[in-house]
Every structure is written in structure tokens, then in C-alpha cells.
Design a protein around this ligand. Structure first.
Ligand code: ADP
Ligand code: MG
Length: 385
């Protein structure tokens, strides 16, 4: 390969000036493959002086796993006289880490007499590579999510369709449907509709929360009223799951919150309690400790191993047998985002097989963020066991 014709071939000095100005590592070698020049960037990056670099010196900053391949490739290129491009890791002297580089070796002049036969560059591509991996992971996460989401949405949709078909058939036959039967069917339809709406809402929330667009509408809210409304709303679903929900609230707990968002938090916690604690009672407690309100949901279901307590609040994280229990792995993440936006925190106490207790702590005034860790501990210490 030739250098561009407008670069003065004889002017070694101008090539060197150019090489020193580049942010990349630049080197040259003679026809035998002996490196005879490295720019300043090389010394800065590897911490090796030119004397330490000469002959095989440069090989020692190569990652041990890459060393044999790179050395073989270089020797082969020198032997047959062929330019090439390859990726490998170099150790950076400033922090001792190995970082990915793109290496190019260009054959610029053939012949044993030419002092510069090879011109090479090494470009740090670690950040680009990392971004690439992150991007791939994000795409994978999204693909996975879309397939889970479509599966999840189909389940209540199929149930809805079946129940509607039953009703339509009865109507087509001009059957007189007994009002108690009709009631039951409508209740089933509305339970499926509720499930479908909740799924669609959580999908909308993911995009809103991810875009950082969670808007709070702060108002004077009685948490007990919120809890009562939600418990009433899910009662049908609870009875289908074989759960009786007991709400314990001795006095109004009023604060400055977003009522709809709090309803969502409790709905998500109750949906989990009904799903993972089907057939067992559920207790909801609303209580005030000084300037902190607490909302607690306790179930008697499958429980969660303490080693997983941190994970379950993350997006898409699911612990329970996913084939057996449907879900997006979003309920707790959404709940935590809302609670944190209100200046509060959420925590779980549970062991495997022994039910779960989720405690939400909220400052009475959302504007005043307070440290809640101690409050949470106090609250959980006082929780019924
Ligand atoms: N009350 C509970 N009992 C047992 N496990 C629970 C409970 N609530 C949540 N989990 C676990 O935490 C995970 C995340 O919960 P969540 O974010 O609501 O997602 P999803 O319910 O869609 O799986 C669940 O998959 C489950 O493994
Ligand atoms: Mg859930």
C-alpha cells in the first residue's frame, strides 16, 4: 500500500509531527518487523519508554489472552507483507486496566532498505465496545419484554372473549338468563377487564417512568380512604383468588400526596398478595407515626427468600416460578418509583414459604424528604408476625 501521494514521501519530520498530533497511538516498523518509532501517546498510555518498548518490549502490555494471537498475526503479516486490522486489549498505565483497541498495521513501503515499512495505529475502542454491549442488552431486554407483554395481555383477553361469546350465544338463542347468573358473568368480565387495564396502565407507566415524566398531583389525601377504595375495588378479584382482605385503620391518616398514584401502589401490592398468596387472608394496615404515614400489606403466601429482596424492586425482575405466575415484573418497580417520588420508601420483610409484608413509608408532606430508614425499622419491628 502507498501513502497518499500529496504527503511528502521524504519528509520524515512532517509525518512525525502529524503522528505526535494524533490522539491515537502511532508506530512504525522496518521490514523485519522491528518497531523503530512510537509517538508520545504510546508512552503516556502504556507507561513504557521507547527503550522498554523496542523489539519485543511492546508485547508485555498486551492482555495475556490476546498475546499469542496478536504476535502470530503480526509475524505472519511481516512474513507475507500484508496489511491487517485486529482487536486486542492493551494495559493502560494510569489505572492498570486492560482496554480494547483497534489495531491497524499498514504496509507502506516494501524493501529491506526502507526505514519505514510499516505504519501502525492503535485506537482505544473500549467505550464504544461497552456502549455496543449495553445497546445489545437493551435491545434484548426490550424484545424479551415485548414477548412477555403480548403473552400477558393475551390471557385476560382470551378469558374476556370466551365469556363474551357465552353471553352472545345465550342472547342469540333468546335464552332467559337468570339474573344471578348474569351477575356472576358480568363480575367475571369486569375482573378480566380490570386485569387488562392494569396491564395496559403499567405498560404506559414504564414509558412514562423511563422518560422521567412521572407527574404528581399533590393534594390533601386521606390514606385510609385511598386504601378503602382500593380494597373495595379488588374485592371481587380477591374472592376469586380465595383471599379475604382485612383493612385495619384506626384513624384518618392525612397527608399531601397523589391519591391516584397511591391507589396504584396499593393495587400493585394487593395484586401480588392475591397472586402469590392465593387462598389465604391478606391484611392491609394504615397507620401514622409522627410525621410519617405507613401503609402495610401482609400476605400468607409463598414468601420471598431474603437474598432476593433487593432484586424484586428492579425493573422486569421476577423471582417466583414465572411459568406458574403471570406478570411483567413491573409492579414493585412502579410502586417504588412512585413512593420515592413522594419522598418515601418501600421495603419487604419475608422469608421463603412464610408470606410477605410490604411496608410503604411516606412523609406526611411530600415536599419534605426525610430519612425514613429508622422509621421503617421501627414500623417493621411493630408489624404483626
Ligand atoms: N407478595 C409476594 N409474595 C411473594 N413473592 C412476591 C410478592 N410480591 C412480589 N413477589 C416477587 O417479586 C417479583 C416482582 O414483583 P412484581 O414487580 O410485582 O412483578 P410480577 O408480579 O409481575 O412478577 C415477583 O415476580 C415475585 O417473584
Ligand atoms: Mg406484580
Amino acid at each position: 500500500m502507498q501513502l497518499p501521494s500529496d504527503l511528502p514521501r521524504t519528509s520524515g519530520a512532517s509525518i512525525q509531527t502529524l503522528a505526535e498530533a494524533l490522539p491515537h497511538i502511532v508506530w512504525t516498523a522496518d521490514a523485519r518487523g522491528d518497531v523503530n518509532y512510537f509517538n508520545r501517546r504510546w508512552t503516556e498510555y502504556t507507561g513504557l519508554t521507547i527503550a522498554q518498548t523496542r523489539r519485543h518490549g511492546w508485547e508485555r502490555v498486551l492482555h495475556p489472552d490476546d498475546r499469542p494471537v496478536i504476535i502470530r498475526r503480526w509475524r505472519e503479516a511481516v512474513r507475507i507483507g500484508e496489511s491487517y486490522e485486529i482487536e486486542y486489549r492493551f494495559r493502560r498505565a494510569s489505572d492498570g486496566t486492560y482496554r480494547w483497541h483497534l489495531g491497524r498495521a499498514l504496509l507502506v513501503a516494501a524493501g529491506a532498505e526502507a526505514p519505514v515499512t510499516w505504519l501502525g495505529t492503535c485506537t482505544d475502542i473500549e467505550d464504544v465496545k461497552r456502549l455496543q454491549v449495553e445497546l445489545q442488552e437493551a435491545v434484548h431486554l426490550r424484545e424479551n419484554f415485548v414477548s412477555v407483554a403480548s403473552h400477558e395481555l393475551r390471557t385476560p383477553l382470551t378469558a374476556l372473549r370466551l365469556q363474551l361469546a357465552l353471553l352472545q350465544r345465550a342472547l342469540a338463542r333468546h335464552e332467559n338468563i337468570e339474573s344471578s347468573v348474569l351477575h356472576r358473568q358480568v363480575a367475571r368480565l369486569s375482573a378480566q377487564e380490570a386485569r387488562l387495564s392494569r396491564l395496559v396502565d403499567s405498560l404506559l407507566d414504564v414509558s412514562r417512568l423511563t422518560a422521567g415524566k412521572l407527574q404528581l398531583q399533590l393534594d390533601e389525601v386521606n390514606l385510609v380512604t385511598v386504601a378503602r377504595d382500593v380494597v373495595d375495588r379488588v374485592r371481587e378479584e380477591a374472592s376469586q383468588a380465595g383471599c379475604v382482605i382485612d383493612l385495619v385503620a384506626l384513624e384518618p391518616v392525612v397527608g399531601e400526596w397523589d391519591a391516584l398514584r397511591l391507589e396504584q401502589v396499593l393495587t400493585n401490592l394487593l395484586a401480588n398478595a392475591m397472586k402469590y398468596g392465593a387462598g389465604r387472608p391478606i391484611e392491609v394496615v394504615v397507620i401514622r407515626h409522627g410525621s410519617t404515614a405507613e401503609l402495610r400489606v401482609r400476605d400468607h403466601g409463598i414468601g420471598i427468600d431474603p437474598s432476593q429482596h433487593g432484586r424484586i424492586f428492579e425493573r422486569f425482575e421476577r423471582i417466583a416460578a414465572t411459568s406458574h405466575f403471570g406478570g411483567f415484573g413491573l409492579g414493585l418497580w412502579i410502586a417504588r418509583e412512585i413512593v420515592q417520588a413522594l419522598g418515601g420508601s418501600i421495603r419487604v420483610e419475608s422469608t421463603l414459604g412464610d408470606g410477605a409484608c410490604f411496608a410503604v413509608l411516606l412523609p406526611i408532606r411530600s415536599g419534605h424528604r426525610v430519612r425514613l430508614d429508622t422509621a421503617i425499622n421501627d414500623a417493621l419491628d411493630g408489624a404483626p408476625t
